[in-house]
Every structure is written in structure tokens, then in C-alpha cells.
Write a protein that binds this ligand. Structure first.
Ligand SMILES: [Zn+2]
Length: 642
């Protein structure tokens, strides 16, 4: 991607990491309605990040790989362009790609995502070295801000913002500004860094001043340029500091042209850049949480439902060439290399998590699981490098950023994602515990003297066990998610005894009792094979087993070289071949089952299919590493595919 191409200006964005647990209820709390009957009042809340630790398994392996990647960065190199912008000296070797000194996005990773990621990783894994590194970057940024004197802080000069005022071509200055503010807030909220908050407040004041004297019409024109989660981070800042003026500044980033149709439940997303717009809805969701204004909630819930049902692929992500290219429910002909930018998955999950907190509806956690297992897990290589696009046409493979010469947006959101797997596994509502995700992890609820250890090999194991450690008997309801995908009846056992409860797929089942030291709650979640059609084209379908999309192995792909690791600013390999034909479903088959696929080993997740081209191996998409693959199959009759 060239920095002055049209694509460059439409390039992707992300939003901040989570400060919700500290910020959500700080201003006037919303009065929530339409909650499921029989529940006590209040929202579904995450636990503090430091109260959950991953157990052994694929998630901890992936988190450790990410932490090692974060550990590879030098503070002096990270802050090089910030120092030069502030008129200070720096002899450090700058990083490349989107962080090189001539790139208009420089600073987005170095002073933004990096801070969010090390804040998250230092808390989720008690890594004091990463915390120290984050503290050093914050101290350096504070020095740069002080030197510049106006509250402004960036790795590029304010001249880029002047170009925005003048309507001249510029990449996305507020997008980058948002990442830096979010990184500072994460260092403050998650790690307690005392210097980060005043720096973020200085940045916010500069934004308020910047817009003074600019007409509403001119401001709306300026907002056509991607601005990331500026509204979200300003709402978060308002909630943290109890200062209303930051809410006023947040509202300056609202676009009626985008939000009004959503508030009226109309899908006018066609033609829009996906990752420019999801963060705006996250901002609306946070605005609802802080102000209680229902309109914002409608916007968030409608948008999320619409994208998930009418614009998502089976892997739990959306878009082609970073855009919504078609009418709702019409994804035929949209399978290519450049599907499903990874940042969009990160942002959709943030939104799902927020919206879940309003109703506790299992639907949002089903979708969260789908995206997590199919579109996040598997997008990092063994060196911590991340994917940008997620190819969905047949015959393509995974490609990654280079270690020091890329710094894509997806490098940044990926570095955050792989540091916060613990943030959604457990929630609570009052004193009730919710088990949302089946991931080996331990929750230590210190205030309640209660420890829940989730022991599971999921998804190799079709279920999970919760072990209770409590200093005294505790009367408590533990709610467990019964996923929509479950085959037949889920079984729940307490200390080995089967409960005669009705556990419908797509629900939470609450188990209330006096829990004692050593009690166990065991959940059996049988999986089955099923098909899901591509939206708008019943002749194309993906096969799923439980929450996992099964990819067909189409033979070895490139294991290194430029097809595998992309250097410099581009986000995809050059000279990509055309896609292969989709594998063909053998013959007449039912529309729902996937009878041509055999389960060879459920515990090893091995599958095979008798396709027209011979026997094909299938495996969960997240386990595809070096193979060319296909997520979709061609069924009869063919309507053609892209
Ligand atoms: Zn991205």
C-alpha cells in the first residue's frame, strides 16, 4: 500500500483497548431496561484483568509468543520520531513500514498500540519487564509533550492536522492521535502509571482547541478522514476524570450522516470502509454507557446485529478490500485475498463485549467465540508476527508482517488482542458469575474469597470443568453458556451428578447452590458437523464443527519469502495468483448436515472429506499454518463464485 494511493487514505484503523471496567460507571450510570426477567438489576461486568490467569493451552502459548514479540522492541527506537517532532535529538534507528519517519501514520504503533499491548500483557501475565518498558515510553512521551508546550503529542508535526483543516490530502492524523491517547489511558487504567493520564488530558485539551473556530460543516467534512476511536477515547477520558468537557469534545467526532440511519435501523453501510466505522460505533456504545442516552444503544445493537447477520463470513469477520462492497445479505462474488481485515475482528469483539454487558444475552458471546477461534487464533505466527487480511478465496495462505518493517494497524490490534485473552472468559453480575468462554483459566475473586479454576482442553475436549476453591461455603449462582452450536442436550454435572435441568442451546444456565471447597461443575458440550451458506449464495457453504470453521487443506503454501512475510508498507504479497476453484461437494447433499465430511478424531480434530477431487483433509481454520486452504465449498448447483 503506497502512502499516497487512494487505498492508503482508506486504510484501516483500530480502537483503544479496554478501560471499561474502570470507566463504565464513573459518570451517571444508565438506567437499563429490557433486561431478562427474574434477574437482579445491574449490568454484566468483566473482572479486573489481574484477577484472571490463563491455564496451559493454546491461548497461553499464543499470549507468550506475543509477549516475546513485544519484548523485542527498543524504547529509544520506538520514541525516535516523537523526539524529532518535539525538536529533541535522537540517534536511534527508526523502525520501518508504517513507522518509518516519512510515513504519515508514524507513532500509531510505537506510541499507541505498543503502550496498550504492554499495559495489557504486563497485567495479564504479571510481566514487570513489559510494564517497565511501557513506563519508559510514557516518560519519553511526556517529555516530548512538555517540550512542544501546547498539549499536542504525536510522532508527526501539527502540520498534518493543518492539512486536514484545509481539506488537503493527508492520511489519518486523528486515527494516530487516538491510538496514542488510548495507549496512555491503558497505561494509566491498567498499570497505574501516574504520568500517563495528565499527558492524555493535555492531548484532549489540544483537540478541543483545535476545533474551536471551525464550523460544524467544515468539521463534518474533516470527519470524512478516518479518525479511529477518537470519540471512544474521549468518552473514556471523561468517565475516568469526571470532566464533562471531554464528553463535549467526544461529541465533536459524531457524524449524523453515519449514525442517523443506524439509529433508524437502516443499513446504509455499502461503500463504507469497515474499520473506519466499527470504532465509531464502539464510541457510541461507550457514550450510551456513560450518558444513558438510548439512541446510542440502538445504534450499537442494530449495527452489530446487522453486520453479524448480513455481512459476516463464517469465520466471524467482514469486508472485502476493507469495505462493505455489497447490499446486505449479498456476499456472493466477494471471496478473495483481501477479506476480513484482522483489525475489524478486534473491533467487532470489543463491541460484542460491550453490548453483551447490557443484556447478558448469550448470542453476543457465541459470536465472540466464533471470531476468537476462527479469526484471531491462528492469525499470529510462531514469531509473533500478525496477519492483515484473512483470505477466503480457495488456494490462498496466511501472510504476515515483517518484524521491524511493517507495523500495520493489524500488527497493533493483534499485539493487543493476544495480550487480553483473559478479559472475557468470566464476567459477573453482582455476585453471580458468568462463564462466557471455554478457555483454561483461573479466576481469583479476592473480595469474595472465591476461586474458579476452569480446566479444559476445549475444543479438543467437548466441554469444560469448573473447580471451586473457597475459604468458606459460598451461596452463589454460576451461569455457564450453552452455545448455540451444541448438538442435542448439553449435560451439566455437579460433583459428577447429572442435573436434570433444561439446557437449551443458545442460553445461559445458572446453577445456584452453596459451593464448597473442591466442588466441581462439569459441562458436556457435544459438537456436530454442520454447513453454513455464504450470505446470498446457497451454492457456496462452509463446514463447521462446534464453533470451529473447518478449512480444507489444499496442499503446502509458501513457508517463507515475500509471499509469506510482507516487508515495507504494503499489506499483501505482490503478484498473487488468481484463486483456485472451490473444492466441490461430491453429490446431492442436504443443506444443513455435512454428511460428506468424516470425523476421523474428535479429540485430535482430524477430519476428511470425499470430494470430487479425491479425499481431502480438513482441520480447524485456526490450525492452518503453512497450507493453502479453502474455507468454503462449492455445492450444486453452481451460481459461480468469486
Ligand atoms: Zn488493520
Amino acid at each position: 500500500m503506497g502512502s499516497f494511493s487512494r487505498r492508503a487514505f482508506l486504510e484501516a484503523g483500530t480502537a483503544a483497548a479496554l478501560v471499561r471496567s474502570s470507566g463504565a460507571a464513573a459518570l451517571s450510570a444508565p438506567t437499563l431496561q429490557n433486561e431478562p426477567s427474574g434477574q437482579s438489576n445491574g449490568t454484566w461486568q468483566p473482572f479486573p484483568l489481574d484477577s484472571v490467569r490463563l491455564g496451559s493451552g493454546v491461548f497461553r502459548e499464543q499470549a507468550d509468543i506475543n509477549a516475546r514479540y513485544l519484548d523485542s522492541f527498543s524504547v529509544d527506537r520506538l520514541v525516535h520520531s516523537f523526539r524529532l517532532t518535539a525538536g529533541m535529538s535522537s540517534g536511534a534507528t527508526p523502525y520501518g513500514g508504517w513507522e518509518e519517519p516519512a510515513c504519515e501514520l508514524r507513532g500509531h504503533f510505537n506510541g499507541g498500540h505498543f503502550l496498550s499491548a504492554v499495559a495489557l500483557a504486563s497485567v495479564t501475565s504479571a510481566n514487570s519487564e513489559l510494564k517497565r518498558r511501557g513506563d519508559e515510553v510514557v516518560a519519553a512521551l511526556a517529555q516530548c509533550q512538555k517540550k512542544m508546550g501546547s498539549g499536542y503529542l504525536s510522532a508527526f508535526p501539527p502540520e498534518l492536522f493543518e492539512r486536514l483543516v484545509k481539506g488537503q490530502q493527508v492520511w489519518a492524523p486523528f486515527y494516530t492521535y487516538h491510538k496514542i491517547m488510548a495507549g496512555l489511558l491503558d497505561m494509566h487504567s491498567l498499570t497505574g502509571n501516574a504520568d500517563a493520564l495528565p499527558v492524555a488530558e493535555g492531548m484532549a485539551r489540544w483537540v478541543g482547541n483545535y476545533f474551536s473556530g471551525i464550523s460544524a460543516e467544515q468539521r463534518q467534512r474533516m470527519l470524512r478522514t478516518e479518525y479511529g476511536g477518537m470519540n471512544e477515547v474521549l468518552v473514556n477520558l471523561a468517565a475516568l476524570t469526571q470532566k464533562e468537557r471531554y464528553l463535549d469534545t467526544a461529541r465533536l467526532f459524531e457524524q449524523p450522516g453515519f449514525l442517523d440511519p443506524l439509529a433508524e435501523r437502516r443499513d446504509e453501510l455499502r461503500g463504507l470502509h469497515a474499520n473506519t466505522h466499527v470504532p465509531k460505533v464502539i464510541g457510541a456504545a461507550r457514550m450510551y454507557e456513560v450518558t444513558g442516552e438510548r439512541r446510542y444503544r440502538t445504534i450499537a445493537e442494530y449495527f452489530l446485529e446487522e453486520v453479524l447477520t448480513a455481512r459476516n463470513y463464517a469465520i466471524g469477520n467482514t469486508s472485502l478490500d476493507e469495505h462493505w462492497r455489497s447490499s446486505p445479505g449479498q456476499l456472493q462474488g466477494t471471496l478473495g485475498w483481501s477479506n476480513a481485515e484482522c483489525c475489524v475482528a478486534y473491533n467487532l469483539m470489543k463491541l460484542q463485549r460491550l453490548v453483551f454487558g447490557w443484556t447478558g444475552h448469550p448470542r453476543w458471546m457465541d459470536e465472540y467465540e466464533r471470531t476468537l477461534f476462527n479469526c484471531r487464533l491462528g492469525t499470529q505466527d510462531p514469531h509473533g508476527l500478525k496477519q492483515y487480511f484473512f483470505p477466503l478465496a480457495a488456494g490462498y495462505w496466511r501472510a504476515y508482517n515483517s518484524p521491524e518493517e511493517s507495523f500495520w494497524c493489524c500488527t497493533g490490534t493483534g499485539a493487543e488482542e493476544f495480550a487480553k485473552f483473559t478479559d472475557t472468559i468470566f464476567f459477573h453480575r453482582g455476585s453471580d458469575v458468568y462463564v462466557n468462554q471455554f478457555i483454561a483459566a483461573t479466576l481469583q475473586w479476592k473480595e469474595e474469597g472465591l476461586t474458579l479454576q476452569q480446566v479444559t482442553g476445549f475444543p479438543m475436549e467437548q466441554g469444560t470443568t469448573i473447580k471451586i476453591t473457597s475459604s468458606r461455603p459460598v451461596s452463589r449462582t454460576i451461569h455457564v453458556r450453552i452455545p448455540e452450536w451444541v448438538a442435542g442436550a448439553a449435560e451439566i454435572r455437579v460433583n459428577g451428578r447429572l442435573l436434570e435441568s433444561v439446557a437449551d442451546p443458545g442460553s445461559y444456565v445458572g446453577v445456584r447452590r452453596v459451593w464448597r471447597q473442591g466442588d466441581t461443575l462439569t459441562l458436556h458440550l457435544p459438537m456436530r458437523l454442520r454447513q453454513e451458506s455464504l450470505q446470498g449464495d446457497d451454492s457456496v457453504a462452509a463446514v463447521l464443527y462446534g464453533p470451529m470453521v473447518l478449512a480444507t487443506d489444499l496442499g503446502p503454501g509458501p513457508v517463507d519469502g515475500p509471499e509469506r512475510v510482507v516487508h515495507g508498507r504494503p499489506t499483501e504479497p505482490e503478484g498473487l495468483p488468481p484463486p483456485a476453484a472451490l473444492p466441490q461437494v461430491p453429490a446431492e447433499i442436504s443443506m444443513r448436515e455435512a454428511a460428506w465430511v468424516n470425523i476421523e478424531s474428535p479429540s485430535e480434530l482430524r477430519f476428511a472429506a470425499a470430494s470430487r477431487e479425491g479425499t481431502r483433509k480438513l482441520m480447524p481454520m485456526y490450525r492452518i499454518r503453512d497450507e493453502r486452504y479453502s474455507v468454503y465449498w462449492q455445492r450444486e448447483p453452481s451460481k459461480g463464485h468469486g
